[in-house]
Write a protein that binds this ligand. Structure first.
Ligand SMILES: Cc1cc2nc3c(=O)[nH]c(=O)nc-3n(C[C@H](O)[C@H](O)[C@H](O)COP(=O)(O)OP(=O)(O)OC[C@H]3O[C@@H](n4cnc5c(N)ncnc54)[C@H](O)[C@@H]3O)c2cc1C
Length: 405
């Protein structure tokens, strides 16, 4: 019997979408290349995901939030942006937003594990693991998905959630804008003698960008360092003790002594935006649709938003006795998700360029942007409302530069 919906990729976006569509009377399949035990207990990939208030609400609705352990959740109370050697930077205090915190920090592997546990307990979701997709074809009658193991699955609708380098997107002939920033990003859990005070840092230094993401323990943070690949290779060649000293120096000893406390995970920085999000009986979600540069911490937040938008459109079609694979709900999803993500995707590209350009005039421009942001009260309130707002808000550094709602 064919699936009503077949999802390719059991990452956070694919699993959350399956959970969102569960209970509609449909037969839902998820196809994943990795093995089931790896999905149940994913390896620590170093990523700490900054969760907005809107995303936290969606995670609650999907049943994921209650599956997280208290020690998996860090409080993001305040945030500051530092430029060059400035000492204090621009502080965004939670009080100004009228909430008791700006957001949360949750490990990516904890989100993946919670999403897998939740999806695998739903009777209408069938997980097929340990096999990838060899070929894919859709037409007016349905979709045929040819697996690596030679089997063929049939479905009414195929949803691709198979990462920013999506093979399903390519198989459907959908092109994507890709931007390689030519930098490497290291994410590393570190202990430090000075407490983090639940404050995130985004620090644009000369030749490097640093971020500090406060975790559950007051003396442990996730450190994110962006460097030229050759310089990153030199740094990664150090042993743990030397790396701790090197990172403390990069942080100008502001956190006192620092020690490595987790795996070293390095990622090439590539932004991806699909030219189309849908085709006949086919849609892209998660990073396969919009693969953000992590500087603005919005990739998963957008993935969660997108799967929710698509699920709402499909559920509305079903309530109106329309098939969920119809053209109209897919087109509405594509339009809404493009509107929600395109401006920020483009602004993030620009921001990433501006804040990694160390030429004199550019440094002056960003210093001016930060100083005017620091003084202008209404602007600060706008930033805060966006950070905690209903739709998840615009990431902090973007608002500083553009002053947009
Ligand atoms: C360093 C870093 C920090 C980040 N920080 C943040 C943050 O603070 N906030 C935020 O919102 N986002 C952040 N992100 C982004 C976030 O991690 C991603 O947006 C999110 O993980 C994407 O989820 P996904 O399900 O779309 O894709 P993925 O997590 O890439 O999952 C794709 C799945 O598809 C499977 N797959 C691939 N190809 C096939 C195939 N052919 N057949 C079957 N299965 C297949 C893969 O095995 C995988 O399980 C960060 C990213 C990085 C790199």
């Amino acid at each position: 019997m064919p699936f009503d919906i077949l999802i390719i990729g059991a990452g956070p976006a694919g699993l959350c979408f399956a959970r969102s569509m569960s209970g509609c009377g449909l037969r839902i399949g998820i196809l994943e290349r990795q093995a089931a035990p790896t999905l149940a207990e994913p390896a620590d990939d170093g990523r700490e995901i900054a969760i907005t208030h809107h995303s936290q609400r969606l995670l609650r609705e999907l049943g994921l939030w209650t599956r997280l352990r208290a020690e998996d959740i860090g409080t993001l109370r305040d945030a500051k942006v530092i430029d060059g050697n400035d000492h204090d930077g621009l502080l965004f205090h939670h009080d100004e937003a009228g909430t008791n915190q700006l957001g949360w920090l949750v490990s990516n592997h904890a989100i993946r594990s919670a999403a897998y546990a939740e999806a695998s307990t739903q009777a209408d979701i069938e997980l097929m693991t340990g096999t990838g997709v060899a070929a894919l074809h859709t037409d007016a009658d349905g979709a045929a998905v040819h697996l690596d193991n030679g089997n063929v699955l049939h479905a009414g609708l195929v949803i691709a959630a198979d990462s920013r380098f999506s093979e399903a997107r390519r198989a459907m002939g959908i092109t994507a804008d890709m931007h390689d920033f030519g930098k490497t990003m290291l994410v590393l859990r570190m202990q430090h003698d000075a407490p983090h005070a639940q404050t995130a840092w985004e620090w644009f230094g000369t030749g490097q960008t640093l971020a500090l993401l406060p975790l559950h323990d007051p003396h442990t943070s996730s450190v994110v360092l962006t460097l030229h690949p050759a310089r990153m290779r030199e740094l990664l060649a150090l042993d743990d003790a030397a790396l701790g000293i090197a990172m403390a120096e990069r942080f100008q000893q502001r956190l006192c002594a620092m020690r490595v406390a987790g795996p070293r995970c390095a990622y090439p920085l590539v932004g991806v935006y699909a030219r189309r999000f849908t085709a006949e009986r086919f849609a892209l979600i998660g990073d396969a649709a919009v693969g953000m540069h992590p500087v603005t911490a919005h990739g998963f937040n957008f993935g969660l938003l997108g799967q929710d938008t698509l699920a709402r459109e499909l559920r509305a079609a079903l309530r109106g006795d329309q098939p969920c694979w119809g053209d109209a709900p897919l087109r509405r999803y594509a339009r809404r998700h493009r509107l929600a993500t395109r401006p920020l995707y483009l602004a993030t590209q620009m921001l990433a360029g501006l804040y990694t350009d160390d030429r004199g005039p550019v440094r002056v421009l960003r210093k001016l942007a930060l100083r005017s942001g620091a003084r202008f009260g209404p602007f600060r309130r706008l930033v805060m409302s966006g950070l905690v707002g209903e739709r998840g808000g615009v990431p902090l550094p973007l608002r500083i530069l553009h002053g947009r709602a």
